[in-house]
Design a protein around this ligand. Structure first.
Ligand code: DOR
Ligand code: ZN
Length: 344
């Protein structure tokens, strides 16, 4: 049995740092392990232009511990008011690495998102021209579509056409949750990839609803049936190079999660790499961890792989029950769980 595993330092290709007080918690937690992270722009109000991204980046950098060389990779939030000029400026900025499509109303702080993703073709065209990745929250929001079907319907209604009409556009299908999503990415060639969260790899909807509602497992897109989970697991365990690590770590205060109408999001950053390591080891595929966590995402984004390494050691520890989020209490995802790998 391996007791120590040294891999290329990983990157997190999808996370939410939030802003203000949260940053003193979220940034060091990620920077302790990851070299880079794609930072989601769904602040309130959202990050919609290069100037706002640059200011947000400075607030993040102010919280990076001096002992790390962590780099935040910024993103813009696409709205109906975004122009092709905004996208050109983002591509030239050197600090923006993708633009996020939130269908309006799909998730936390998505009210400024796009009501009809079929009506921003000028933006897809600009992203394709400037080779800036389109990062997609792939869910329709129509009230008549069942929440468990929203990802599948988004593919049929919008994503398949975007893929067909903009063949050179790099698309990241964020936090894939369904067999149909996995299939779509597998079938769509070199310019389509997906991020995979620890919760969608390790859990299914029973973990949300059986024996009581578990608000800390509630995220969006919502956990699906076990057969969908198996499809995500299978492609990752096979080492498919277009499925890579994106935690979607998304803190909310304990009060906002444990309430009659709880927020979606799992704060996984403090234990993310050990959690993924547990998953790979439990499935006899620990050798696939490095590609998934440290190589495939950089390759897809056209960025160099990190040269530094990180070492995981076999060591038991427990995820804390609560974490201080700068004045608010956060319950981390899988609080209290015993893990068998630790990073140093
Ligand atoms: O669960 C989620 N939380 N899904 C998202 O898409 C957004 C995120 C958040 O910002 O809280
Ligand atoms: Zn997210």
């Amino acid at each position: 049995m391996t007791d120590s595993l040294t891999i290329t330092r990983p990157d997190d290709w999808h996370l939410h740092f939030r802003d203000g007080e949260f940053l003193a918690q979220t940034v060091p937690a990620t920077a302790a392990v990851f070299a880079r992270a794609i930072v989601m722009p769904n602040l309130a109000p959202p990050v919609v232009n290069v100037e706002q991204a640059a200011q947000y980046r400075e607030r993040i950098l102010a919280q990076v511990p001096a002992s790390t060389a962590f780099q935040p990779l910024m993103t813009l939030y696409l709205t109906e008011g975004t122009s092709p000029e905004d996208i050109a400026a983002a591509a030239e900025s050197g600090i923006v690495f993708g633009c996020k499509l939130y269908p309006a109303g799909a998730t936390t702080h998505s009210d400024s998102g796009v009501r009809d993703p079929a009506r921003i073709r000028h933006l897809y065209e600009a992203l394709e021209r400037h080779d800036l990745p389109l990062l997609v929250h792939g869910e329709v929001t129509d009230s008549d579509i069942d929440i468990f079907d929203r990802e599948r319907v988004f593919i049929d209604r919008y994503l398949a056409a975007i893929r067909r009409d903009f063949p050179a556009l790099r698309i990241v299908f964020e936090h894939v949750t369904t067999r149909e999503g996995v299939q779509f990415v597998q079938d769509s060639g070199e310019r389509t990839a997906a991020t995979v969260t620890p919760q969608h790899l390790m859990l299914n909807r029973n973990d949300l609803l059986v024996g009581g509602i578990r608000p800390h497992n509630y995220c969006l897109p919502v956990l699906k049936r076990a057969e969908h989970q198996r499809s995500i697991q299978q492609t990752v365990l096979e080492g498919h190079p277009r499925f890579f690590l994106g935690t979607d770590s998304a803190p909310h205060s304990r009060d906002a999660k444990e309430t009659a109408c709880g927020c979606a999001g799992c704060y996984s950053a403090p234990a993310a790499l050990p959690l993924y390591a547990e998953f790979f080891e439990a499935n006899g595929a620990l050798e696939q961890l490095e590609g998934f966590a440290s190589h495939y995402g950089a390759d897809f984004y056209g960025l160099p792989r990190n040269r530094e390494t990180v070492t995981l050691e076999r060591q038991s520890w427990r995820i804390p029950e609560t974490i201080d989020g700068g004045g608010t209490t956060i319950v981390p995802w899988q609080a209290g769980r015993e893990l068998h790998w630790a990073t140093r």
